[in-house]
Design a binder for this molecule. Structure first.
Ligand SMILES: [Ca+2]
Length: 181
């Protein structure tokens, strides 16, 4: 027996046993006093509101399925190179279906410098003709200061296209050797 339906209809149908009537009475009591009934906790207004996007958060970037990630590589330093410390040259190339805005270099996961494409790379023209866009300036090169403390460092290069899409294009480890006495 659906108690709520019985309340709506206002009549009991069929032969009711005493046990069934007791069960209905118990259900009515639950219905009247149970969770459906308003109570003090429902009246509280000091509950924290659902999390709302903060005005300080950057707007979500709208997906652009037609945009292709930039790609490329880091040519130097050579992986597992051992250097004397100080400044090293990092270089490579990057291309995009539209344009490469910059290449960012990270040392040990910390952003250190951004550089533009400035180096001619005629060697890419034959292999990647659809990414040349009428020129061969697809190489990049920049100095990185690794310091002089003997340690291994990870250098990561990340290309950024003109829509802000990023793609890691190289990650190598370089070791700064201990200074000779
Ligand atoms: Ca792109």
């Amino acid at each position: 027996m659906n108690v709520k339906q019985w309340l709506v209809n206002g009549t009991l149908t069929g032969a009711m046993t005493p046990a069934a009537i007791l069960a209905i009475s118990a259900s009515l009591l639950t219905f009247a006093c149970g969770s459906d009934a308003p109570n003090a906790s429902d009246a509280k207004t000091d509950q924290p509101a659902a999390a709302q996007p903060s005005a300080s958060q950057p707007p979500a970037t709208a997906p652009n399925p037609s945009n292709e990630l930039p790609f490329g590589r880091m040519d130097q330093p050579m992986a597992d190179a051992v250097v004397n410390g100080g400044t090293v040259i990092a270089s490579g190339w990057a291309v995009d279906d539209s344009a490469v805005r910059e290449v960012r270099l990270y040392i040990d996961s910390h952003f250190r410098v951004a550089t533009k494409l400035t180096v001619p790379r005629a060697d890419l023209t034959g292999a990647l003709p659809s990414y040349m866009h009428g020129n061969n300036i697809h190489g990049w090169a920049t100095e990185l200061d690794l310091g002089t403390s003997p340690a291994a460092h990870t250098i990561l290069a990340q290309a950024v296209d003109d829509q802000g899409a990023t793609h890691d294009i190289g990650s190598i480890t370089v070791t700064v050797a201990a200074a000779k006495p």
